[in-house]
Design a protein around this ligand. Structure first.
Ligand code: GLV
Length: 328
């Protein structure tokens, strides 16, 4: 039996790769950095499956070079690098990895909140630099109990963060495009966006990146926040205007920032945000645990193999869109 032809645009955990290799001839980009576009387009000429990564854009142009593609799969829940309309036009299903990364990402979001609130990395610097021995003071953090957490973007991860916040005695408000009555049962109260900005002591951003959310947090929004506010972004870098965040943190318009995502990624080492004392940045590690990355890799393979065999993908973003298109 001839094997399917598959392109993998980046790294993939060994057990997942081995599963693919049983059924597929694989061309894989294993070097650091993004695969050069020319090479990718050349590899895609006869590819039936593609495992995409955040470093490539799947758009009309790419699909023109991939006439045999039956399925695209990516090990992430976010898919702002994928033009879903263009995939749907070609009836190509796109699979992502929702669900399996919820707890890991919620843990990371809440860790950033805790570490910021209790100034954990300043404490570590204080010890390591010898400042503790010289008796200088470390800045105080804040209590979380009794504070209001504002969650912007209430999906499964937002709900998991809300549960953690409830366990820490926080009051939770949220803003989302649609109200989420089930999450209100776990004690999260819906608020208009501007009210949330004004009332929250801490804000965690979890919204996907889209036309509507690009630049959602800019000067106007930081001005509305409390000067004591903690601002945490675990969604996508471009949801926040980095210059506006820099100014807000520098001038004390808000108290503290923590980011797991930046624009660009990796953030350049000479980026102004890195000069601030009141910021904590991690390298996009929301789902980076062994268990979660393993589950994501396996779901990515499940989606790929299902698509190659013409079966429904276990986690498909555009099933309904393709069905609607086929109905005409
Ligand atoms: C990570 O950022 C993801 O979208 O899964």
């Amino acid at each position: 039996m001839s094997k399917y032809k598959v392109v993998i645009a980046g790294s993939l955990m060994a057990p997942a790769l081995e599963r693919i290799q049983k059924f597929c001839d694989v061309k894989q980009w294993t070097k650091s950095g993004a695969i050069p576009q020319e090479l990718l387009f050349d590899w895609l000429k006869d590819a039936e499956g593609l495992i995409a990564t955040a470093s490539i854009k799947v758009d009309k142009e790419l699909l023109k070079h991939a006439p045999k593609l039956k399925v695209i799969s990516q090990a992430a829940v976010g898919y702002d690098n994928i033009d879903i309309g263009a995939c749907t036009d070609k009836s190509i299903p796109f699979g992502n990895t929702p669900g399996v990364l919820v707890d890991a990402t919620a843990d990371l979001a809440f860790s950033l909140l805790l570490c910021s609130a209790r100034r954990i990395h300043e404490g570590w610097d204080f010890v390591r630099s010898g400042a503790w021995r010289s008796g200088s003071n470390i800045p105080f953090g804040i209590d979380l109990a009794g504070k209001t957490l504002g969650i912007v973007g209430m999906g499964q991860i937002g709900a998991a963060v809300a549960k953690r916040a409830g366990a820490f005695g926080m009051n939770v408000i949220y803003y989302n495009r649609n109200r989420r009555p089930d999450d209100e049962k776990i004690g999260a109260t819906y608020q208009h966006f501007d009210t949330l900005l004004e009332e929250a002591d801490c804000i965690i951003v979890l919204t996907p990146l889209s036309k509507e959310t690009r630049g959602l947090f800019g000067r106007e929004q930081f001005t509305k926040m409390k000067s004591t506010a903690y601002f945490i972004n675990v969604s996508r870098g471009p949801v926040v205007d980095a210059n506006a965040l820099f100014d807000a943190l520098k001038t004390g318009q808000i108290a503290y920032g923590a980011l797991d995502v930046t624009d660009p990624e990796p953030i350049p080492i000479d980026h102004p945000l890195l000069t601030l004392p009141n910021i904590l940045i991690t390298p996009h590690i929301g789902s980076a645990t062994t268990e979660t990355r393993t589950a994501m890799a396996q779901l990515t393979v499940d989606n790929l193999l299902a698509g190659l065999e013409g079966k429904p993908l276990p986690a498909c973003v555009n099933t309904n869109l393709i069905m609607e298109k086929q109905k005409g």
